[in-house]
Design a binder for this molecule. Structure first.
Ligand code: SF4
Ligand code: SF4
Length: 118
């Protein structure tokens, strides 16, 4: 079971990052979120989402999702790499196991871009 992200639907509202930070810290602490939306610097309306999992860093882009095993070299030409490095220091997604209503990012995303994959 894990989190699945459809970056084509993402509007970069950042609600998932806030919700995840809340789950971690009982406050809106962006730096503790393990899900982080990003926007491309030079492409208009191009949004992606990074997700730190136990063994991998998931990079969901509009053109598809890439799963990078932690410890392997990332492609230096990829757009998300600048934001990927701080992500590796964060706690991994635990599917909000202690939260009454389940995965917070799934619940809060206004465009259903995040779902739970079996
Ligand atoms: S399921 Fe919970 S821990 Fe995992 S990314 Fe979403 S909000 Fe964060
Ligand atoms: S909550 Fe949904 S729309 Fe908003 S940034 Fe996260 S994935 Fe994108």
């Amino acid at each position: 079971m894990g989190i699945k992200i459809d970056a084509l639907k993402c509007t970069n509202c950042m609600a998932c990052e806030m919700a995840c930070g809340y789950h971690r810290d009982d406050g809106f602490a962006f730096l503790s979120a393990c899900i982080v939306p990003y926007r491309a610097r030079e492409k208009k309306d191009y949004f992606g989402v990074l997700l730190k999992e136990e063994d991998s860093l998931v990079v969901a882009r509009p053109e598809g999702t890439e799963i990078n095993r932690i410890g392997e070299e990332a492609d230096p030409d990829k757009e998300a790499d600048a934001s990927a490095k701080p992500m590796l220091l964060r706690e991994a997604c635990d599917l909000c196991e202690d939260m009454k209503y389940g995965p917070m990012c799934v619940k809060i995303c206004p465009v259903d871009a995040i779902s739970v994959a079996e």
